[in-house]
Design a protein around this ligand. Structure first.
Ligand code: ADP
Ligand code: MG
Length: 697
């Protein structure tokens, strides 16, 4: 009989209830202090925790442990060590020490460091993050860790994420104290990431080099049927996909991941999975695991899960929606409008902090989701646009406007609205959720940031959001702490923020061409590509803020600038090389074969009886023109790849890849997609869009 979900949920996680049951009382208390309040952990305590963890893991069949970390690639890294320790009688015992739990030394010289780690000190170390539970994956006890260089610089995504959470905790607490709240001891950001993905059959995947090497199709004429009929979105899930989802949920649940919602997305073969939200760093770990399991479980079902942002042209790409809020340890969501004047004033202040943060640090937020894959969505006529704006909904916007103008709101309220005195009129939360085109939408009690790419680590976006909001909260706290009359200063602060930052608020259609013009008028930035966005990372204003809150050191920022530009260049370079290979060894030969056959047929028909050959001659001409054009375009692309080697500097190189190489690729592609529509089906060297998008039946 199948086990109930309640019985196996989290069975592979060394979570609080396991700790409480297994650890000596004193050790448990110490560890909780570390987990909840970030207090330092004694080695003697760590020894007890490690041993208990090992016993638990071994009972569940684990043989190895690993420090599981998130280097500056999109994926996670692990190196396995077994628990075995030899004994004098030629046997072994299973051992795991506090030292091994707390710190590891992966030989990590091959991870990107942007020049941070000279090779002679290449080792770097991993440090246990006790705020995220250890878990067992494939017989390996995984310890979530941060990854740093020996000189203390962060080489991963988790370290700055934890730092950003610390910063927002500190600044939010300052603000809460000013409102007279002395109960709250910690404030944490929460995230629920909705994950989109494609599922295709393994057999068609294996026939496409581009999918194998780059995760996306570099060619492909439009399928006769795409997403026009809107018959896939929320449609009945195919049995094969349902089986996959069932398996996936089971594995996710065992790992304590709160997989909740699943449905078909807009494009054919596209689906979505959303968990119940959790604390940001756990949500981040869980999302990484979710992406890993999506791929693994798909393989078990003879399918491939594509996490690329734009696997297919002409149908929707995949993103990730980062639902974000801030909560106190007393259980209050700070973005939830309250029911008393005081709690409303506090809500408004936090709301204003987010609005101001997004306006002041548009560039940082934009660049936090910049990647070669995501460039196909943002700023490329697909949702959402590259321009950052905040959606508040008509009602909340109107309330803010009335506050700003000192007018009454609604028909039942003849009093002018005053912060800290007025109870905010109840606004309809449903109406705040209707806009699907806004990149940063208030959805009643949280913000939904919709610009993330489907394969992004959510760490990057959350680091920048947390940092920017922490900065605004700290400025608010500075002002309010000095205030003689708190209510008056608060009122002025909120009104000034609305007045100075309302340009970022936009409730209309973000896909509309007129918005681009309007946004330009408002002075909002529109960074269309990764290299353009990354260039803003080292702007003085951004650097100062990030360093001030201890999110990044200046050296770390420089190294991240290098790494991300290099990553971008490498991705385009691999795509170009794959394209060239496919064109020269598969596409041009197919075109040449077909035109040869046509020529032969024409000459045969003419020889036999001088028959009319209009069809063949026209076709031959078209194919020859196209193959000729493809040939010259592929040569141009090859030349670009030689030229790019001469360029100095990571930023400049990335720009060349974007402006020159990527453009050449697009030109080349358009000819090939045209050729595909005239070459006989059996001669086309790889599966077509129609065959791929409808491969799972
Ligand atoms: P949608 O209409 O976008 O599908 P849902 O209400 O289903 O919105 O929520 C989407 C995601 O938002 C879920 O993952 C949910 O857990 C998450 N979410 C809800 N409340 C919060 C919160 N306070 N903080 C962070 N995420 C939240
Ligand atoms: Mg959503």
């Amino acid at each position: 009989m199948e086990k109930h979900v309640e019985d196996f949920f989290g069975e592979m996680v060394f979570n609080e209830s396991v700790m409480r049951a297994r650890l000596p009382k004193e050790t448990f208390k110490q560890l909780m202090k570390t987990i909840k309040n970030g207090e330092k952990l004694d080695l003697s305590v760590a020894n007890v925790v490690a041993n208990t963890m090992k016993d638990w893991a071994v009972e569940k069949g684990a043989t190895h442990f690993t420090h599981w970390f998130q280097p500056l690639t999109c994926i996670t890294a692990e190196k396995h060590d077994s628990f075995i320790t030899p004994t004098s009688d030629g046997k072994i015992i299973m051992e795991f020490s506090g030292k091994e739990l707390v710190q590891g030394e992966p030989d990590a010289s091959s991870f990107p460091s942007g020049g941070l780690r000279a090779t002679f000190e290449a080792r770097g170390y991993t440090a246990w993050d006790p705020t995220s539970y250890a878990f067992i994956k494939d017989g390996i006890l995984c310890i979530p860790t941060a990854f740093c260089s020996y000189t203390g610089e962060a080489l991963d995504k988790k370290t700055p994420l934890l730092r950003s959470m610390e910063a927002i905790n500190k600044e939010a607490l300052r603000v809460l104290r000013l409102f007279g709240d002395s109960d709250v001891t910690s404030v944490k950001t929460t995230v629920g990431p909705e994950q989109e993905y494609f599922l295709i059959d393994k057999e068609v995947y294996d026939k496409r080099e581009d999918l194998i090497f780059t995760g996306r199709t570099l060619f492909g004429a439009k399928s006769p049927k795409g997403q026009e009929l809107e018959d896939h979105y929320f449609g009945t899930i195919k049995p094969r996909v349902q089986e996959f989802m069932k398996d996936l949920n089971k594995e996710l649940w065992k790992l304590g991941i709160l997989a909740k919602t699943e449905h078909n997305e807009v494009a054919p073969a596209q689906h979505e999975l959303a968990p119940v939200f959790s604390t940001t760093n756990i949500a981040c770990d869980h999302n990484q695991l979710t992406m890993e399991l999506l791929r693994k479980i798909a393989a078990k079902h003879g399918m491939v899960c594509l996490l690329h942002e734009k696997p297919f042209a002409g149908v929707n790409g995949s993103g990730k929606h980062n639902n974000w809020s801030i909560s106190t340890d007393t259980g209050k969501n700070l973005l939830d409008p309250g029911s008393t004047p005081a709690s409303n004033a506090q809500f408004l202040l936090f709301l204003c902090a987010v609005i101001k943060a997004v306006d002041e640090y548009q560039d940082l937020i934009r660049l936090s989701v910049a990647s070669a894959g995501n460039d196909h969505r943002l700023g490329a006529n697909e949702a959402p646009p590259a321009i950052i704006s905040v959606f508040l909904g008509d009602e909340l916007s109107e309330i803010l406007k009335c506050l700003e103008e000192g007018k009454p709101y609604g028909h039942h309220d003849k009093q002018k609205m005053q912060i800290g005195v007025t109870v905010l009129p109840e606004f309809n939360k449903d109406t705040t959720d209707r806009n699907r085109t806004s990149p940063f939408a208030f959805t009643g009690n949280k913000f939904e940031f919709r610009m993330l790419g489907s394969q992004d680590s959510i760490a990057c976006a959350n680091i920048m959001i947390n940092a920017a909001v922490a900065e605004e909260l700290s400025k608010f706290a500075d002002t309010l702490e000095k205030a003689g009359d708190f209510q008056k200063t608060l009122q002025e602060l909120i009104l000034a923020t609305i007045r100075d930052h309302k340009r970022i608020i936009f409730n209309g259609n973000g896909y509309d061409e007129s918005w681009v013009k309007e946004a330009e008028k408002r002075g909002l930035s529109n960074l269309k590509s990764t290299p353009e966005a990354l260039a803003k990372l080292l702007d003085e204003k951004n650097k100062t803020m990030l360093v001030k809150h201890g999110i990044f050191t200046e050296t770390e920022l420089k190294s991240r600038f290098e790494i991300q530009n290099e990553n971008y260049s490498k991705i385009i370079s691999i795509e170009a090389a794959t394209m060239i290979d496919m064109v020269k060894r598969m596409i041009l030969p197919a075109g040449s074969k077909f035109s040869g056959e046509l020529a032969e047929r024409i000459s045969m028909k003419k020889n036999v009886g001088n028959f009319v050959c209009d069809y063949e001659e026209n076709l031959l001409k078209t194919v020859s023109v196209l193959t000729g054009s493809i040939f010259s375009k592929v040569e141009k692309l090859e030349k670009n790849l030689v030229e790019v080697k001469k360029i100095q500097g990571a930023g400049e190189t990335a720009l060349y890849y974007r402006n020159v190489v990527f453009s050449s690729m697009n030109e080349l592609r358009s000819d090939i997609d045209e050729l595909e529509t005239i070459i006989p089906k059996e001669d086309w060297p790889f599966p077509t869009y129609g065959e791929i998008l409808y491969s799972v039946r």
